[in-house]
Design a protein around this ligand. Sequence first.
Ligand code: HEM
Length: 330
Amino acid sequence: MRRILRLLLLAVLLTPVAFTQAGAQLYQTPGPSSPASKEQVPLYTPQTDELIGRVSIPDARSAVLIQPEGREWRAFRSHTLKLVVGGLALGMVVVLALFYLYRGKIRISAGWSGRQVLRFNGLDRFAHWTTAVSFLTMALTGVVLTFGRTLLIPLIGHPAFTSLAETSKSIHNFVSVPFIVGLLLIVALWARDNIPNRADWAWLKCMGGLMSKSGHHPDAGRFNAGQKGVFWTVVLGGAAMAVTGYWLMVPFTGVGIGGMQILHVIHGLLAALLIAAIIGHIYIGTVGMEGAFDAMGSGEVDENWAIEHHRSWYEEQRRKGYVEDRQPAE
Ligand code: HEM
């Protein structure tokens, strides 16, 4: 018994020594050529050249230890992009608030006529709202992915953010399909009426009469120059976002890591631009202009609204017999 106790005592006494030995193996004491600080470790310091090792697995890309441009991309992803998206969106909100203070709601100068003119049929509105709802969903989920680490983790914590980010990513990817369907539809339905013409120049020269409080609006066809700008921004910007987005969904297809970084930068900058443009568009389609929302709500606009904002289009509708003649004044 005594012998067993002595052995146990010895084991207890030797345990710290054994751990120290193991520790010495895990945390080796630095040799003469070991780096003395983090800055001397190539992986932790900015490099101008790629650092490529050797791997025996088939995927040779995993041999790249350092790709210097990756640091620039990471700085873009974690700082610049947030500034551009946040700056443009908030900048647009400030500009619209100032514009509202200056101009107020753009009224129908002649007042409501009570007579309706069909502006967008069911298919037009289906195309618009498919594009709109899917764009807004992708914008929101994209913003969660871009700003989530900074803004949401402190609020909801890591586990909840992980689920939210994963769900956002899936929604972002899947909703791209209705977005493209919407884009193709609006191109098919509206591209012809969005081809720039001479009237657009006159519209642009007086900024569509937006700054004039007299209620004068320059003549326009079905779409004015501002709306044509929104249309082509959405169509071309949206198409470029779709191409870059799908390309990023199939990593390393036709491009290397550098190409993927460039695709992501283009995708992010276009998103910032489109989000700001759409904030302006939503403003003018809701609180900014009396009678505008009806065009995409019921599809019909007030006749006086049509005359004031799209006279040429209104005249054309009349010529085609789509607008009933006005009752003679009593
Ligand atoms: C709540 C959100 C939105 C509202 C209230 C809204 C409202 C409107 C209205 C009223 C029009 C018809 C203007 C007219 O009579 O000519 C319109 C047109 C249009 N909308 Fe929207 N919209 C919204 C979101 C979006 C989004 C997210 C997109 C695309 C990403 C979009 C793209 C367009 C385009 C391309 C047009 C035709 C060009 C134009 O009129 O500017 N809309 N929208």
